[in-house]
Design a protein around this ligand. Structure first.
Ligand code: SAM
Length: 254
């Protein structure tokens, strides 16, 4: 009887293990097929992009990643600081953050809080020293994440925004259909330009990052902002007056 029980238990264990490994494999396969399809579409639309769409004069450097930049920011603070990451996916970044107090919010996978960022902020009472915003890249979601993060940020704290420096207009469509897609997260700059009590810098690394420093304890009120009136050409023109930092400048900033 007991032997039979053990056998059944083992069968269930193997079934569960088999299913888990297959989910991982199917996920891997899905991602690979998606990249091939995206690459194919990118090649197809290349002539259209080259002749009709705008291109920003930005060189994104790959020698430092978002993880390296977060580590530089963390080094500037003490080790018992609070870190929040919005959008964790496969924990590519979250797993490399060596802090005890780290909060990773994602409704699907990764991190340690299974919620959307809106749900998380509804009852959050923690204040943070560094927030990495990398969830939904639609500008209205980035806007909401930014306001909520800013109002939970300690004075002197940083917000790092991902995907805010797109090079090609084709990568800024709201629906993702190219292998590199920044959606319209870049439009957040038009809102940031209206806020007086922050410092903002572009960091031309990885997928194109933006860094905000909170310099006073004044919070932001949730208010609507009409992003519909802004476009990629205005973004390119605006770049001329923005400050870009390289790693050396970032390290010696504060
Ligand atoms: C680009 S990935 C994050 C990558 C990760 N931060 C990294 O450094 O590699 C975007 C993630 O955001 C998550 N996401 C989408 N909408 C979200 C939301 N409203 N709140 C929190 N996370 C969200 C997705 O599930 C996905 O895992």
């Amino acid at each position: 009887m007991s032997v039979q029980y053990r056998k059944t238990k083992c069968t269930w264990c193997s079934f569960i293990m088999f299913t888990i490994s297959n989910i991982k494999f199917l996920d891997y396969l899905y991602r690979k097929l998606r990249s091939v399809l995206y690459l194919f579409i990118t090649i197809l639309i290349f002539p259209y992009q080259a002749f009709f769409l705008s291109k920003a004069n930005i060189k994104l450097k790959k020698d430092y990643s978002r993880v390296d930049i977060l580590k530089i920011l963390i080094d500037k603070k003490d080790s018992d600081m609070n870190y929040l990451e919005i959008g964790c996916d496969l924990n590519q970044t979250f797993s490399k953050i060596n802090l005890v107090n780290k909060y990773g919010v994602d409704p699907i996978r990764g991190g340690n809080i299974r919620k959307t960022s809106s749900e998380f902020f509804k009852d959050n009472i923690t204040s943070f020293d560094i927030v990495f915003i990398d969830g939904s890249h639609l500008v209205e979601d980035v806007h909401e994440d930014f306001i909520n993060s800013f109002n939970s940020l300690n004075v002197g704290g940083f917000i790092l925004l991902d995907d805010v420096l797109p090079k090609y207009e084709i990568n800024t469509t709201r629906r993702r259909f190219t292998s590199v897609s920044n959606q319209d997260a870049y439009k957040i700059i038009f809102f940031l330009n209206q806020i007086k009590h922050i410092e903002f810098y572009y960091l031309p690394y990885d997928h194109g990052l933006g860094l905000v420093k909170k310099i006073s304890n004044e919070n932001l009120k949730i208010f609507n902002f009409n992003y519909g009136t802004y476009n990629f050409k205005q973004f390119i023109r605006n770049l001329e007056k923005e400050k870009f930092l390289d790693i050396k400048e970032l390290k010696s900033l504060y």
